[in-house]
Design a protein around this ligand. Structure first.
Ligand code: AMP
Ligand code: FES
Ligand code: ZN
Ligand code: ZN
Length: 313
């Protein structure tokens, strides 16, 4: 297979775009496409101070690499979660983020969640849920809270995450199967700051397939953690991803068109009559201010994160 632009050997064939590219032209294409998506969805401009949330995985480190090459003012943040899984998952991820930042002379903020809370994420889960469930939901709550707080405290105007198309489509399928209208209304490449104390969130990689991100990391020689979080095993998201991979194998482009058609339908007003944007939360609720952290909350009083921390104290 030859590169469409220069006839050198192609490193990737993107069937959904009918496009094969060599490493040089694939690199260039990824950078240009990302800039296009940033503009198309009005994610941010060169005047913004961008904070990218890095997990040590291929998507978020590649995102940081791309935004850096595009010339944006972009710092990184890594949250230590205290997850081991028998191979030092959190430790290894942090070391890779630090190495990445050091090699490029970029600023990385490291926040150690167990130091803040007094417990690791798995410990926190076993205390708050009596060990019944996976730690993923308390982990998600903790990450969202800390990321937003770090962005606000550092006067960043945007928080960028490395969610790729496969991630977004798996979430979309789950929300559609349950007709979770509130979440569908909220799922978007850009989440505006709906309330004081909330920072704008963007997903510049939301139109790239996971295999494109893996190819990008390879082409750029980015060292990242191959292992998934040890708690992700057996998750519904992984199940949806495998179903979607079967669909994609039979119909190249199915994931992308499912996602793009969803965004278009929303732009035309699907769900909009149910959920008004003015001062109203994703589930249609009014948002209040948490008296402890100043963050937004759907009920009056402490936010979900502060309530959880209060409970374990
Ligand atoms: P996940 O929820 O693990 O699929 O991760 C989605 C995105 O959240 C990643 O692409 C990162 O941008 C961000 N993220 C995940 N884990 C961390 C972490 N430990 N520290 C900072 N950001 C993270
Ligand atoms: Fe949080 Fe896996 S990354 S539980
Ligand atoms: Zn080429
Ligand atoms: Zn709070």
């Amino acid at each position: 297979m030859k590169c469409r632009k220069c006839s050198q050997k192609a490193v990737i064939n993107m069937r959904q775009h009918k496009l094969a590219l060599c490493s040089v032209h694939f690199h260039q294409w990824m950078i240009e496409q990302t800039q296009r998506f940033i503009e198309k969805y009005r994610m941010f401009s060169p005047n913004d101070r961008v904070l990218v949330a890095v997990s040590g995985g291929k998507d978020s480190l590649s995102l940081w690499d791309i935004l850096w090459q595009l010339g944006y003012a972009v710092d990184g943040v890594y949250i230590g979660l205290g997850i081991d899984g028998g191979f030092g998952y959190s430790q290894k991820s942090q070391a890779l983020c630090e190495k990445f930042a050091e090699q490029r002379g970029l600023k990385l903020i490291v926040v150690n969640a167990p130091e803040k809370i007094g417990l690791t994420i798995p410990e926190l889960a076993s205390v708050t849920q009596r060990g019944k469930n996976k730690p993923c939901s308390v982990c998600g709550l903790t990450k969202r809270h800390i990321l937003n707080q770090v962005a606000l405290e550092g006067n960043y105007t945007v928080l960028a995450t490395g969610h790729n198309l496969d991630d977004e489509v798996a979430v979309l399928l789950g929300n559609t199967l349950n007709w979770n209208v509130g979440y569908l209304y909220r799922q978007s490449p850009v989440m505006p700051a709906r309330h004081e104390g909330l920072v704008r969130k963007v997903k510049p990689l939301c139109r790239f397939y996971e295999r494109e991100m893996a190819a990008y990391a390879l082409v750029r020689g980015i060292e990242y953690i191959y292992e998934e979080c040890p708690h992700a095993e057996g998750s519904t998201t992984i199940y949806y991803k495998s179903l979607l991979n079967q669909l994609e194998a039979d119909r190249p482009g199915a994931k992308l068109s499912f996602y793009l058609a969803f965004l278009q339908a929303k732009e035309k007003g699907l769900f909009a009559s149910t959920y008004d944007d003015e001062g109203v939360g994703a589930g249609g609720e009014t948002l209040y201010t948490c008296p402890s952290c100043g963050g937004p909350t759907t009920v009056e009083g402490l936010c979900a994160f502060c309530r959880m921390v209060e409970k374990v104290k």
